[in-house]
Design a protein around this ligand. Structure first.
Ligand SMILES: [Ca+2]
Length: 348
C-alpha cells in the first residue's frame, strides 16, 4: 500500500489522540476487576489470616484508590542526579546542623538505645535524618489507602498485597491506630520508613509498653533502626569505611581488584564494588588514607573492605567496610549508603 500524505497525517492524528488518551488515563489503576470486588476478596484473605472483622471495618472506612499515587508510581525520574548533587542535597549543612541539635535533644533516649542495641548513635541519627529529616517528614499518606492503591493496581500487585496484609496485621495487633498509620505514597511507615514486612521483622518495642510505635515514640524509632542494622550484621567496633587516596594508575588497580564471583544480594549497588580485601592487602596495593597517610591498623578483629568510586574513576574513592553492607540492606543504593555514612561522620 502506498502511504499518501493524507493517510500519513491520519495515522499521526490517531497516534497523537491515543497517546493523549493514555496520558489522561495514567492516574487510573490498571485492573479489569471492579475495586469493590477486589476489596471483598482482599478482606476475605485477611479474615483467613486471622485479622479481626472490626479491624478490617475501621481500616477500610472511606478507602479508595488514590489517583495521585498511581501517577507518582508511573512517573519516570526526570533526570539522574550526579553523586555530587545527591550528596550536597542529602548531606547539606542544614541537615548536619539539625542532626547535631537532634542528637543533643534526644541524647537521653539515643544513648541507652545505642548502648543496648550495639549501634553507634551517629549512625542511628544519620538514617533517621536521611529517611525523614529526623522525623519531620514521614509522608502524609494513609498507609492502608496507599498500599490498597498499589495492591489493586496491576504493576506490582503481589508485593503490595503482601505488604497490605502485613499492615492490617499491625493494626490488628494495636501498635498504632488507622488514622495515625501514616507513611510515604509507597507505604514506607513512620520515622524510619519501614515497609510493613520490615516492621514485622525488625521493629522494636524499646520502652516495653507492648506497642512497636515507629511513628511517634522516639525510643522505639531509634531501637527499630538500630535493630535493622544489627540484624544485618552491624559491628559496633567498626565504622562504615573511609575515603581513600588511590595510586596513580587507577585503571591498573581496578583491574587487579575487580569482582569475579556471583553477587548474591543487592546487586544494583554491589556490582559497582571491588572484591573485598583486608586493609593490609589494600595497603600493599598502594591505597592510602584520604590525606595520603597509611591506612589504620585493624586491631584484633580483621575485616574486609571493598572499593567503590560512586562518581567514576575521577571522583572520590571509598573503602567500604562490612557495616556499609548493613546500611545497603536498609536501601540498596551506594549514593544512599554514602549519604548515611558521610552524614554519620559529620555527626560524630
Ligand atoms: Ca513501645
Amino acid at each position: 500500500m502506498k502511504i499518501t500524505g493524507i493517510l500519513l497525517s491520519f495515522i499521526l492524528a490517531v497516534v497523537v489522540s491515543l497517546s493523549s488518551l493514555r496520558a489522561e488515563e495514567k492516574s487510573v489503576p490498571d485492573n479489569p476487576q471492579p475495586f469493590e470486588v477486589w476489596l471483598a476478596d482482599l478482606k476475605q484473605e485477611a479474615l483467613e489470616q486471622g485479622i479481626s472483622p472490626g479491624t478490617l471495618e475501621t481500616a477500610f472506612t472511606n478507602v479508595a484508590p488514590i489517583p495521585k499515587i498511581i501517577e507518582l508510581d508511573r512517573r519516570q525520574p526526570e533526570f539522574t542526579q550526579t553523586y555530587a548533587q545527591y550528596i550536597s542535597r542529602r548531606v547539606s549543612p542544614t541537615r548536619i546542623a539539625k542532626g547535631r541539635e537532634k542528637i543533643s535533644e534526644f541524647s537521653g533516649l539515643l544513648s541507652p538505645v545505642a548502648q543496648s542495641m550495639g549501634v553507634q548513635e551517629r549512625f542511628i541519627a544519620a538514617i533517621w535524618g536521611m529517611e525523614t529529616n529526623y522525623g519531620s517528614y514521614t509522608g502524609g499518606y494513609s498507609v492502608i489507602a496507599a498500599l490498597t492503591t498499589l495492591a489493586y493496581d496491576m504493576r506490582r500487585p503481589t508485593y503490595f498485597r503482601k505488604e497490605l496484609l502485613r499492615a492490617l496485621k499491625i493494626l490488628d495487633e494495636g501498635h498504632i491506630s488507622p488514622e495515625d498509620m501514616k507513611g510515604s505514597w509507597a507505604g514506607a511507615m513512620g520515622q524510619g520508613q519501614f515497609m510493613p514486612s520490615s516492621f514485622y521483622s525488625y521493629a522494636y518495642d524499646f520502652d516495653q509498653d507492648g506497642r512497636k510505635d515507629i511513628w511517634v515514640n522516639e525510643s522505639d524509632v531509634f531501637a527499630s533502626i538500630a535493630n535493622y542494622l544489627k540484624r544485618h550484621g552491624w559491628r559496633e567496633d567498626q565504622t562504615w569505611g573511609r575515603e581513600v587516596t588511590l595510586p596513580e594508575d587507577v585503571d591498573g588497580l581496578w583491574e587487579k581488584v575487580q569482582q569475579t564471583g556471583k553477587i548474591k544480594s543487592c546487586r544494583r549497588a554491589l556490582k559497582d564494588h571491588s572484591k573485598q580485601l583486608s586493609l593490609d592487602e589494600w595497603k600493599a596495593l598502594g591505597v592510602k588514607s584520604k590525606f595520603g597517610g597509611d591506612l589504620p591498623d585493624v586491631g584484633e578483629r580483621p575485616f574486609k573492605a571493598s572499593l567503590v568510586m560512586p562518581a567514576g574513576k575521577d571522583g572520590p574513592a571509598y573503602l567500604t567496610y562490612e557495616n556499609f553492607r548493613s546500611i545497603l540492606r536498609y536501601n540498596c543504593s551506594n549514593f544512599y549508603a554514602l549519604g548515611v555514612s558521610l552524614l554519620a561522620d559529620e555527626l560524630r
